[in-house]
Design a protein around this ligand. Structure first.
Ligand SMILES: Cc1ncc(C[n+]2csc(CCOP(=O)(O)OP(=O)(O)O)c2C)c(N)n1
Length: 361
């Protein structure tokens, strides 16, 4: 129903919560129970704290690298909260909060950014693919998974996420066109955080909206206020239901903002103004969601304070565990790339072993 009301060709974001956390459209407010809403909020809060701390650890020389997602919590949690237990996430590399919500542990996520390959090894039953740094390929992985789900009649839906810049990559078009042609149950959520490293969204494409790219695939597309967790949930739920019913993929553009740097090796002050960041800080997804929960009588500032203290403590303890585990074996990079090593990887592995044996680090 939403997809018929919102035209992806027009810049009109679907929205439920205003900037003060008030519901603008009662009819569209999702009927989520208190437990689910609080779980969504607490995960967003943990993600926020883990994000800020990760940046600090890296600056202290204790973390290898990190891709921050501060500001994108609603776009991530709102989307994956619409999945059922059997469904999948095929993420890019900036989806810490979404991954946490689906059961990847903070220790695993931190291990990955610490440089330990075991951070990509998730617990049984966690249906999340490993972090994918190769832009766009997670769309093809997602399309493949979705197609497998269809031919095996498993009714498993796949969400694949991608950045705004990633929608200019070939694999975005290939994967979505494949999924559309075969009516594979794939939902692609674009995290339009306005920048691809230093390239602003308007320099990357002439398209008015990114949601309109759906038109070329012949599938529904919708632009959503990505800082509104309820709107993200409602739009994604409709998309997931559509895909599960065998009607093919849906493209969602979550309009959001990366409040932090691209990665720990980026200095955003070179390519964007402080005033712009301040404007987006006013649209912070956490503030709006917290106020909504307080107004509903589900949450209070006091409980929030307590939660933040507990989560800060938890994040600190988790990072200490990660430091104790260390970087792991460098060989794991070769061993874990594919199920079995290719001849090329075997050769590289042997060269590397020789290098280590001769005292290399
Ligand atoms: C195939 C490929 N080309 C280039 C890169 C280098 N790279 C890493 S992140 C990035 C920009 C991604 O921008 P966007 O898709 O908007 O996602 P965001 O980083 O903003 O989440 C680039 C070009 C890469 N990882 N993979």
């Amino acid at each position: 129903m939403l997809f018929k009301t919102y035209d992806p060709l027009k810049k009109k974001q679907f929205n439920i919560l205003d900037l003060k956390g008030k519901v603008t459209n009662k009819d569209l407010e999702p009927k989520l129970d208190k437990k689910t809403l609080l779980n969504m909020y607490k995960t967003m809060s943990l993600g926020r704290i883990a994000d800020i701390k990760a940046l600090q650890y890296q600056r202290q020389g204790r973390m290898l690298t990190y891709a921050p997602n501060r500001g994108q919590e609603a776009a991530q949690v709102g989307a994956v909260a619409a999945l059922e237990k059997q469904d999948w996430l095929s993420p890019a590399f900036r989806e810490l909060v979404a991954m946490l919500y689906l059961g990847v542990t903070l220790e695993q996520l931190y291990l990955y950014w610490y440089g330990n390959e075991w951070g990509n090894h998730f617990d049984e039953g966690v249906k999340v693919l490993p972090v994918n740094v190769i832009i766009g390929s997670q769309i093809n992985h997602g399309a493949g998974l979705a197609y497998a789900s269809k031919i095996l009649d498993k009714k498993e839906v796949v969400i694949a996420t991608i950045g705004d810049g990633g929608t200019s990559h070939g694999e975005f078009y290939e994967g979505l066109n494949f999924a559309a042609t075969y009516d594979a149950p794939l939902v692609v959520v674009i995290q339009n955080n306005q920048y691809a490293i230093s390239t602003p969204r308007h320099k990357a494409t002439r398209a008015e909206t990114l949601a309109q790219k759906a038109v070329a695939f012949g599938i529904p597309g919708i632009q959503v206020d990505g800082n509104d967790v309820l709107a993200m949930y409602v739009a994604t739920k409709e998309a997931v239901d559509h895909a599960r019913a065998g009607k093919g993929p849906v493209l969602i553009e979550a309009v959001t903002y990366r409040l932090g740097p691209h990665t720990t090796s980026d200095d955003p002050s070179i390519y964007r103004k402080d005033e712009e960041v301040k404007e987006w800080e006013k649209k912070d997804p956490m503030i709006r969601f917290k106020q909504y929960l307080i107004d509903k009588g589900y949450w209070s500032e006091k409980e929030d304070q307590k939660l933040q203290e507990e989560q800060t403590d938890y994040v600190g303890k988790t990072f200490k565990q990660v430091e104790a585990k260390g970087e792991g074996k460098l060989e794991d990079i070769f061993r874990f790339t594919y199920k079995e090593m290719t001849p090329q990887l075997k050769a590289q592995y042997e060269t590397h072993k020789k290098y280590l044996a001769e005292g290399g680090k």
